[in-house]
Design a protein around this ligand. Structure first.
Ligand code: SAH
Ligand code: SF4
Length: 424
């Protein structure tokens, strides 16, 4: 992989992640969780447990269907598996779900779940219902190694990559909660199905009537710092024999991990969102410290090279509106100039800054945000202002941080010093 010479520069306050080479989080009971595995992965585990090759292949295909098309977690209910095989599987494997520590509902309908992994790590996911779609905001890491100054997640100390199972598990859990598995499998969840059927006013977002229509990798963590697991998870989510979500309905958001963007296009191929947030080196260095490693021009060149981008599938630039920091008319004009310079098929998402305890920033005034948006619109680039969702339950962009991780201001300062010292 090609990296620029600047990639070796140390970034104060930023610690490169140590990837955890582990596909499945170990369980206390010793059984292995099949959730998150693709057909080849399931097949390999079945072979290792003693099934012959032919059996392993057939059973993997059946299990894949039960897991991801039907949402079944109980081997006994997988009726085409053969009676003796079911207890054999149950002895060795489980089809897990993340543990739900807390589920919250915002006054605007947004839902947030605090989830826990088998080894006790906490992470969050958010579901945002809209008039014509339902979007699940999925986390890729516990915490984040990139300390963007305006983002609550960036202040978490503990970071570990989520496994494919923990990433796919968020989608599975959302489908469970929304009662969105095909009929015939819903014995334990019948009330949800009946309710949906009886309520004629219930939103019917997709042709099959499901509410979960879109996925954004915009929860906790930097997805391109957990590339393999995010890729493998999204492949399972997109597999036509399982969850079957179209790649056009999935968006991966990155703060600008330039060396991974080409691979993301080739190996995942979903829509790209880039957290730009500033148009000068000085300001972006401050708000997105990764900019010291991969600068604005380098990042925009990588966007221009992103092969999946075209006018039908534009790159989204996310821009958080910070009062007196990045919100001047001049900033807006510079943003337009940069997008034009690189001939990017782009749209800009203006995100009003969502405050969190201890932040040093304020949100720009509404009139300022409107003016900023107009300047971009006038140049022919779409620049809608995103309505904050779920602020009352701390579910809005950048507010995610596990309850177990809340720290005092003094402790945050001490941590920042520690990280600084570690980098020399
Ligand atoms: N790490 C990835 C994806 C997760 S962050 C990334 O940074 O792109 C998802 C989005 O929320 C990003 O655009 C991020 O910049 C934005 N965000 C973070 N903190 C925010 C805050 N306090 N208010 C508004 N948006 C925020
Ligand atoms: Fe990490 Fe994204 Fe938050 Fe930056 S904005 S700290 S990359 S989660």
């Amino acid at each position: 992989m090609l990296e620029s010479a600047t990639s070796l520069m140390p970034i104060p306050g930023h610690v490169d992640p140590v990837p955890v080479p582990r596909a499945i989080t170990p369980r206390e009971d010793g059984r292995q969780d099949l959730l998150g595995l693709d057909k080849a992965g399931i097949r390999a585990l079945l072979s290792a447990a003693g099934l012959d090759e032919k059996q392993a292949k057939l059973r993997a295909k059946q299990l894949f269907h039960w897991l991801y098309h039907r949402g079944e977690t109980d081997f006994e209910k997988m009726t085409d598996l053969g009676k003796p095989l079911r207890p054999w599987l149950a002895e060795r494997f489980v089809v897990g779900r993340p543990q739900v520590v807390e589920a919250q509902l915002s006054s605007d309908g947004t839902r947030k779940w605090l989830l826990r992994s088998d080894d006790g790590q906490d992470y969050e996911m958010v579901f945002i219902p809209d008039a014509d779609r339902g979007t699940l905001c999925v986390s890729s890491q516990v915490g984040c190694t990139l300390n963007c100054r305006f983002c609550h997640t960036g202040t978490m100390r503990l970071v570990r990559n989520l496994t494919p199972g923990e990433i796919v598990g968020q989608v599975m859990l959302a489908r469970d909660a929304l009662g969105e598995w095909p009929r015939g499998n819903m014995a334990s969840n019948m009330s949800a199905v009946v309710d949906a059927d009886e309520d004629e006013d219930a939103p019917q977002y997709s042709p099959d009537g499901r509410m979960l229509t879109n996925i954004v990798m915009m929860g906790m963590g930097e997805p391109l710092y957990n590339f393999e697991n995010v890729r493998d998870a999204l492949k399972v989510v997109m597999d036509g024999e399982g969850l079957a979500l179209s790649r056009r309905r999935i968006t991966l958001s990155t703060s600008g991990v330039v060396p991974m963007m080409q691979r993301a296009a080739e190996e995942i191929g979903v829509n790209l969102a880039v957290s730009l947030h500033a148009v000068t080196k000085e300001v972006r260095d401050e708000v997105v410290p990764l900019n010291r490693k991969y600068g604005i021009e380098e990042l925009l060149q990588a966007c221009a090279d992103y092969p999946k981008a075209n006018n039908a599938r534009r790159i989204t630039f996310e821009y958080v509106m910070l009062k007196d920091k990045n919100d001047s008319d001049e900033d807006a004009r510079e943003l337009v100039r940069l997008i034009r310079k690189y001939k990017l098929p782009a749209k800009v998402n203006l995100i009003p800054f969502n405050p969190w305890p201890g932040t040093g920033y304020e949100c720009s005034d509404p009139a300022r945000i409107r003016r900023f948006s107009e300047i971009i619109f006038e140049s022919g680039i779409s620049a809608p202002v995103r309505t904050p969702r779920g602020r009352d339950i701390m579910a809005a962009c950048g507010q995610l941080k596990s309850a177990s991780e809340k720290k005092s201001r003094a402790e945050l300062d001490r941590l920042a010093d520690e990280k600084q010292a570690a980098l020399g």
